[in-house]
Design a protein around this ligand. Structure first.
Ligand SMILES: O=C(COP(=O)(O)O)N(O)CCCOP(=O)(O)O
Ligand SMILES: [Zn+2]
Length: 307
């Protein structure tokens, strides 16, 4: 069935594990993720960004997720990722989403609170949960001065006030991650002291980690071996993610690792089968790669298998 993440996060917090939030853009990606969830008997959050809605059209994604639920009977959260404004959050709530993110992190503190409250009000009235963001994910320019990075990371005191004043159900925190495949120029580093402070000041409150892909080297190498060019890609080591999962992070966002797995597999298939031109063959290979990647994440990073 379609469920909210409320109980999922409570169980994850108590169990010291995290639930995977996987971005979906087409049928094969959804099928790969859901097959993995079925095999590992794991809770799943399928998340749709604004870009995904533009690419696939909302109705296709909604129907594909409904099909996944009908096909597997799994409890699945359908979540809006990075909702820019009240309107898109409202549209998704009205569209049957069970969770929405309002990302007001680019606004000043008070404006972020105001827009988040507006979404919380609308969503809670309809039994939908809300994720917000406080603090900005590190930009790609890693050599930003420490003070600037400090200024963009989530302030623990502000986090307490933010949660109290908005009634939001979970909070995406900025502790050094960033979206995409180029997260660090130097050594990967997350601000665990800051995370610990936030968790201590908000005991039991679910935190969310964006930009949490590992950018596994073997997939970058495979992409590059078969015609890709993704130099210097670096992500968050899986050990750090496991540590964060034990420190109040209940939702870990993964998109780039799925993209790399699918791309490496499709490139490899096409390179090794030059005479093949049936999309079911190379998209099928991509789907299998998505499934294996999600199984790997569930068992070796999130720890939500069998939960
Ligand atoms: O946190 C993440 C993914 O982090 P990752 O890049 O480390 O996988 N996300 O919210 C995914 C953002 C995807 O947006 P778009 O569809 O516009 O490209
Ligand atoms: Zn994100």
């Amino acid at each position: 069935p379609l469920v909210t993440s409320k109980e999922m996060f409570q169980k994850a917090y108590e169990g010291g594990y995290a639930v995977g939030a996987f971005n979906v853009n087409n049928m094969e990606i959804i099928q790969g993720i859901v097959e993995a969830g079925k095999e590992e008997n794991a809770p799943l959050i399928l998340q749709v960004s604004a870009g995904a809605r533009k690419y696939a059209k909302p109705v296709y994604l909604r129907k594909l997720v409904e099909a996944a639920i009908e096909d597997t009977g799994l409890p699945i959260v359908l979540h809006l990722d990075h909702g820019e404004n009240f309107e898109i959050c409202k549209a998704c709530v009205d569209d049957g989403f069970t969770s929405v993110m309002i990302d007001g992190s680019k606004h000043p503190f008070e404006e972020n609170i105001a827009i988040t409250k507006q979404v919380v009000e609308y969503a809670h009235e309809r039994g939908v949960v809300v994720e917000a963001e406080l603090g900005k994910l590190a930009g790609i320019e890693d050599n930003v001065k420490v003070t600037e990075r400090e200024a963009t990371f989530t302030d623990p005191d502000q986090a307490v006030e933010f949660v109290e004043r908005t009634g939001v159900d979970s909070l995406a925190v900025a502790i050094g991650t960033s979206h995409g495949a180029y997260k660090f120029k130097g050594e990967p580093k997350l601000d665990f002291e800051r995370l610990e402070k936030i968790t201590k000041m908000l005991p039991g409150f679910p935190l969310v980690l964006h930009g949490a892909s590992t950018v596994l080297p073997e997939f970058v190498e495979s992409c590059n071996k078969y015609g890709g060019s993704i130099p210097g890609a670096k992500g968050v080591p899986e050990e750090m993610l496991k540590k964060a999962a034990g420190m109040g992070v209940c939702k870990i966002n993964i998109d780039t690792d799925l993209r790399l797995a699918m791309t490496a597999s499709v490139r490899k298939y096409l390179a090794e089968n030059p005479s093949e031109f049936d999309p079911r063959k190379y998209l099928g290979a991509g789907r299998d790669a998505i499934k294996e990647m999600v199984r790997h994440k569930i068992k070796n990073v999130l720890g939500c298998n069998g939960k």
